[in-house]
Design a protein around this ligand. Structure first.
Ligand SMILES: C=C(O[C@@H]1C=C(C(=O)O)C=C[C@H]1O)C(=O)O
Length: 283
């Protein structure tokens, strides 16, 4: 659940790039600790295989994997708390399977342009189960299984939610950058110039600083202070965390940013687009 402090209560705050970047930096901590937690269990590959746990079909009528079932169970209860109405929260479960909220909707500032919203959780889930979990649990050996499918699934759902929030925050970044230079972005969007859009949203210095910071955090947060050599006995391999961000989190965040921008003019009148293009309006 996104604490109130995270979901900005004003449009101005929600679109401040500095504010957004502080949220992204805080999510580095959340993600690192979720990865450390998941790394306490074995790979448990059976959890990610559709139909591999017969009790799920027999007792729940569920034919996909254990982890996808627990995602559905968890996200269903959170749906009743209206979690998925928050502009920074996107479920892995098909929304058609999620129940309606019990509580009345919260009026969040309308910051994102609804028709442009994207959900890349299918990509996040695939990378997580195929690459990240094996990397986090490699110290247990190939195809390790500790039978703790409950604990490991709880940790999976928490880690997936943190990664999803982080990557989908790219839409707030995009909206902020779009409003800061609408003529340039409108021109590139109308030309469907994805390379220009990617160049416009890419900040190499921000990415480089992030990877250095992340490695440092992993070396500190991963320490086991009961060890005689805490800086060596790390609970997470810093290279796994850095590689995750370098090769997956940052590239997918930028895909989200560009895909959001490509749809940012959908449904707008020609007059509105012209006003954006001339800089008369910024949203
Ligand atoms: C998120 C931003 O946009 C891009 C994506 C980044 C990331 O995923 O960490 C960092 C810088 C940019 O290349 C940003 O400008 O802060």
């Amino acid at each position: 659940m996104a604490p109130i402090k995270e979901v900005a209560r004003s449009e101005e705050q929600a679109l401040s790039l500095n504010y957004i970047r502080t949220i992204l930096q805080r999510l580095e901590d959340t993600i690192l600790f979720q990865l450390i937690e998941r790394g306490q269990n074995a790979h448990n590959a059976v959890m990610y295989e559709p139909g591999a746990i017969p009790a799920l079909k027999e007792k729940e009528g569920w034919e996909r994997s254990w982890v996808e079932w627990f995602l559905k169970e968890t996200e269903s209860s959170h749906s009743k708390l209206r979690r998925w109405q928050a502009p920074d929260e996107y479920p892995f479960t098909d929304v058609k399977l999620l129940p309606a909220p019990i509580l009345p909707p919260i009026e969040y500032p309308k910051v994102l342009y609804e028709p442009a919203i994207v959900n890349v959780n299918d990509k996040i889930y695939s990378h997580y189960k195929d690459h990240l979990v094996p990397a986090l649990t490699k110290r247990f050996g190939q195809d390790s299984d500790d039978g703790e499918y409950g604990s490991a699934a709880v940790r999976d759902v928490d880690a997936l939610a943190a990664l999803s929030k982080r990557i989908h925050f790219g839409m707030f970044v995009s909206e902020s950058k779009f409003r800061s230079d609408t003529p340039t972005f409108v021109d590139a969007i109308q030309k469907r110039d994805t390379k220009k859009l990617e160049a416009l949203i890419t900040k190499p210095e921000v990415e480089a600083a992030l990877l250095v910071r992340l490695e440092g955090k992993a070396k500190v947060y991963g320490q086991d202070l009961n060890s005689s050599i805490p800086e060596k006995d790390l609970k997470i391999d810093p290279d796994v965390a850095v590689q995750l961000y370098r090769d997956f989190v940052i590239p997918l965040t930028k895909v989200v940013e560009v895909d959001y921008l490509l749809k940012r003019l959908d449904g707008l009148t020609d007059e509105h687009i012209q006003a954006l293009k001339s800089g008369q309006v910024s949203k």
